[in-house]
Design a protein around this ligand. Sequence first.
Ligand code: 4NP
Length: 155
Amino acid sequence: MKILVVCLGNICRSPLAEGLLKREAEKRGLDWEVASGGTAKYHIGKPPDPRSIAIAREHGLDISAQRSHHVTTADLTAYDLVLAMDRQNAQDLRARAETATDREKIHVFLEYAGVAAEFGTDVFDPYYDDEAYEGVYKTVENAAKGVADRLEAKE
Ligand code: 4NP
């Protein structure tokens, strides 16, 4: 299973999602390949935001080696499942997909994880809110478990 998690800049939310999904897969012995990307080009090649690195580190997770990647149409073909951190990014990705098959791979992360009732539909964009990172971490951590539960149930 190849999973791509996507936000706008690929420096705040989706690096946490990549790290937490990888950790969840490792814990459960699931054979997943997980990567992340952004729909915007602002931060290509940069490490995650220092605030995301810090909140992950507080929870024993090292995401500092990740580098921001801009999502291409080819990525939508290469991955099996594409999870967008919010509805706007899901919409942007769907507009980029060239086939119905690729379009159908795109889901809103918290909806796919089955946690939208508890945490809302969109992962809050913390870029302009230093205080939001802990909440984002908890949301993404719960969603990573939800995604793993859903995919394990399918197997
Ligand atoms: P992300 O957060 O999409 O979670 O990585 C953002 C990062 C950068 C910007 C906005 C959101 N920006 O406007 O540069």
